[in-house]
Design a protein around this ligand. Structure first.
Ligand SMILES: [Zn+2]
Length: 265
């Protein structure tokens, strides 16, 4: 017997007994036994069920101090190739970290892609609103660039971002101070694929293949050639025994706001 069948049977029984008692008395109208199930709002239930996706929310945990981990990171999107990249990563069961630009999230398919990034279990980080060198901005300017993107992503996905990547990797103590105030850790990299310069999938894959245990690999999902390089670099790194993790998973705990991270040593 199913778990819910017993209480249901009891309810029906109670209903029958109550009804026949009411009939015997005849003066009173039949008692209405409330059915709990009738109080579930079908719209709310449907929404709740739709939100439950296989394996989500994920609770993965890796000891990257012992196993070979690598964090693949994609900047400057979401763009026209991001959907294809997400399909690829989903097929291979690989999670990455996306440092998104606010103005890209706000554009055309940006909201949909930002939601996909989050719902498919990837980590999302702040790459500013419009990609300026934050070192050239006032405190207020840095804050505006970060806050605007954080608020948009939060409104669209419900996620409060914990990571940021300064455009061009340009940071200094004043940028560090503002990121700390905004609750964002600064994530740099130690493997640069230079995929923005060399638009050749084989070259991008070879450079990413130079990752070591604990590496953070820099790529850009706005380039079709980078997305084309992904299957090959996943093959290379898998063959070398790497586990693909998000940046937070790489460290095993939430990175500290304001602090700079370039790899896990
Ligand atoms: Zn960038």
């Amino acid at each position: 017997m199913r778990v819910w069948a017993l209480p249901l049977a009891l309810l029906v029984l109670v209903a029958c007994v109550t009804q026949s008692a009411a009939h015997r008395r005849a003066a009173r109208p039949p008692a209405i036994v409330p059915m709990r199930a009738a109080h579930v709002d079908p719209d709310r239930l449907a929404k709740r069920l739709a939100a439950i996706q296989p394996g989500w929310p994920r609770t993965r945990s890796f000891d990257c101090g012992r196993i070979k981990c690598v964090a693949l990171t994609f900047d400057d999107g979401p763009g026209e190739h991001t959907g294809r990249l997400l399909d690829m990563l989903r097929r291979r069961g690989v999670l990455a970290t996306f440092f998104v630009l606010g103005q890209m999230v706000a554009a055309d398919h940006g909201p949909h892609l930002a939601r996909r990034i989050v719902h498919e279990g990837h980590e999302i980080g702040n790459h500013s609103w419009s990609h300026p060198a934050l070192t050239g901005l006032s405190d207020e300017g840095v804050r505006r660039e970060l806050r605007r993107t954080s608020e948009l992503v939060r409104r669209l996905t419900g996620v409060r971002m914990r990571l940021m990547r300064p455009p061009y990797g340009a940071t200094d103590p004043h940028v560090a101070r503002e990121t700390r105030r905004e609750g964002l850790a600064q994530i740099l990299w130690n493997v640069d694929t230079l995929d923005w310069r060399d638009r050749v999938p084989a070259i991008v894959a070879r450079r990413a293949g130079k990752a070591k245990a604990g590496s953070i690999v820099l790529m850009h999902d706005i380039h079709g050639t980078t997305v084309q390089a992904v299957p090959r670099l996943l093959d290379t790194l898998s063959r070398r025994g790497f586990t693909f993790v998000t940046v937070s998973e790489l460290y095993g705990r939430p990175p500290v706001p304001g602090r700079e991270y370039t790899e896990r040593r």
